[in-house]
Design a protein around this ligand. Structure first.
Ligand code: PBG
Length: 338
């Protein structure tokens, strides 16, 4: 492209002009707020590595959700921390499980909020892995069993739907789980419950603080058998394509900031509703620098989230959702460029 007669006039310098020609807009409508729920009453346990983030009992989660809705954030994403863990993660698909309880309690008092639930076993298994564990007949190291896990994930999604979930978010990265969950939901007359799939989820060091928050670090090994190699972008497109074929309604890339190229590639290739998860490590590193007085939180956060939108994400899961909603409500000309 060549514009020989174009001179950059005041357009670039004046705040009002900048607002008029801004390409990317960050809005509260784009945000999803993650929440951690745990058993009890009146419980708010601070998460050490995530300042301002708490594990909440269902009654506290209901209060929190009312506030989230009043800030006009459209959705919350629930993670459960169960009382007891076992080898089969049975707390995940127990109709009396913690997420199911929280769903019923939040639904009874808050109506204008989309409740999305995390569907994975890692918070519920005593070994901390996302699925059932087995060994090959020849022995050897234990590993995550893909196919036997699918049935449990499908049961979890149906149990969440029954308790009032509006949308389910499988985050386990087992192959075939979107299809298995879709079929199970349909069989149980939950055809109208959409699936937001963590389609391209990388085996990332950025999940460290989350594993504190969700009490879900793997007790042995790691998640590299089913989460993606950070070196691969082509593979992300194959993973996303498979999830769309299996019936995903929204596809997600995770983490966000170190994977902006992947978000862009996914959006361009599929032109599909695309979400990005700005994960716990992204949150923690900014918070730590802010606490030291090295970064200015509001400016940094708005710049990061705008970049994630610019890369192509329609939706952003972020622990800053409430702050951003407040900042945007005060200053409609977000990112005024100063
Ligand atoms: C798995 C899950 C994880 C996160 C969301 N869902 C952890 C993992 O895969 O180890 C991480 C989110 C974050 O870091 O904020 N249920």
């Amino acid at each position: 492209m060549n514009y020989p007669s174009y001179r950059p006039r005041r357009m670039r310098r004046n705040d009002l002009f900048r607002r008029m020609i801004r390409e990317t807009r960050l809005s509260t409508d784009n945000l999803i707020m993650p929440l951690f729920v745990r058993p009890g009453r009146g419980v708010r346990v601070p998460v050490k590595s995530m300042p301002g983030v708490f594990q909440l009992s269902p009654d506290e989660a209901a209060r929190e959700c009312a506030e989230i809705a009043s800030l006009r954030i459209p959705a919350a994403l629930l993670f459960g921390i169960p009382e007891k863990k076992d080898s089969r993660g049975s707390g995940a698909y127990d109709d009396d499980g913690i997420v199911q309880h929280a769903l019923r309690q939040v639904k009874s008092s808050v109506s204008d909020l989309v409740l999305i639930t995390d569907v994975c076993l890692c918070e519920y298994t005593d070994h901390g892995h996302c699925g059932l564990i087995g060994t090959t007949p020849a022995g050897g190291d234990p590993y995550v069993l893909n196919d036997p896990t699918l049935e449990l994930l499908a049961k979890t999604a149906v149990s969440h739907a029954r308790a009032g979930a509006d949308m389910v978010a499988p985050s386990d990265m087992m192959d075939g789980r979107v299809g298995a969950i879709r079929r199970a939901l349909d069989r149980n007359h939950f055809e109208d419950i959409p699936i937001i799939s963590y389609a391209a989820k990388y085996a990332s060091a950025f999940y460290g603080p989350f594993r504190d928050a969700a009490e879900s670090p793997p007790k042995f090994g790691d998640r590299r058998s089913h989460q993606m190699d950070p070196s691969n972008a082509e593979e992300a497109l194959r993973e996303v394509g498979m999830d769309i074929d299996e019936g995903a309604d929204i596809v997600m890339v995770k983490p966000a900031l170190a994977y902006l190229d992947v978000i862009r590639a996914v959006k361009e290739r599929f032109r599909f509703p695309t979400a990005a998860y700005c994960v716990s490590g992204e949150f923690a590193m900014v918070k730590a620098a802010v606490e030291k007085g090295w970064l200015e939180e509001k400016a940094i956060v708005l710049e990061i989230l705008t970049a994630i939108r610019r890369a192509g994400a329609d939706l952003i899961v972020t622990y800053w959702a409430k702050d951003v909603a407040r900042w945007l409500a005060q200053i409609p000309a977000e990112l005024s460029g100063k």
